[in-house]
Design a protein around this ligand. Structure first.
Ligand SMILES: [Zn+2]
Length: 211
């Protein structure tokens, strides 16, 4: 178990690029030699999405936590997801190469509105992450692909650093999501906890049936 001080020494940066701050200077996604996901346009739909997810990481634990993160989002948004190991996928989880990561970044997503969008989310396979960090970082990176920018609140899962015990979707996140996608939850003031045990809470707030 990590101590708090050790945790802060080992700041975990979710991603290097800060949309909204760097968007004007950097509107081209990172590149890589990964398998294509030709169904990535599904992520742009405002109505119900059916997302094929291709797990291409060599880390099976990361794959499982990423899938749990997809399930979290399927309780917040009107969407479903399924495993799809073919080129018709919408999202692909890959082991990133060193050139993708800078300044202690451990994971990066591509952004739908930037050039060369391929639907890829890369984790640095050299980063030693706990299961919880894998899960929360997956929620964060998938959030970017769903249209969310960084949130200046340290309590939000969309804050750019992983701070221990501070993971929620707040009203800003929810309202921003509603611009891009149909929600299962109503725009609310109370934050939604983002952890493995919060799904029942999310379901209680849902105004449509969980599929
Ligand atoms: Zn980020």
């Amino acid at each position: 178990m990590r101590s708090r001080s050790a945790f802060f020494v080992a700041f975990v940066f979710f991603c290097l690029a800060i949309p909204g701050v760097l968007a004007d200077q950097n509107t081209v996604n990172w590149k890589g030699n990964f398998a294509p996901c030709n169904g990535h346009s599904e992520l742009l739909k405002h109505e119900r999405m059916n997302l094929g997810v291709r797990i291409s990481t060599s880390n099976p634990q990361l794959g499982r936590e990423f899938e749990r993160a997809m399930t979290f989002w399927s309780h917040v948004l009107d969407m479903s997801w399924h495993d799809d190991q073919t080129s018709s996928c919408a999202i692909e989880l890959v082991d990133g190469t060193p050139s993708i990561f800078h300044n202690a970044t451990i994971a990066r997503s591509q952004f739908t509105e930037w050039q060369n969008f391929e639907g890829w989310i890369a984790f640095d396979p050299r980063a030693p992450l706990t299961k919880s960090e894998m899960y929360l970082t997956s929620v964060h990176e998938i959030g970017h692909m769903l249209g969310l920018k960084h949130n200046s609140s340290p309590k939000s899962v969309m804050y750019y650093i992983d701070l221990e015990g501070s993971e929620v979707l707040d009203a800003k996140d929810i309202n921003e999501l509603a611009i891009h996608h149909k929600l299962r939850v109503r725009p609310i003031d109370a934050p939604i906890a983002v952890n493995k045990h919060s799904l029942s809470t999310v379901a209680l707030r849902a105004d449509t049936a969980i599929r």
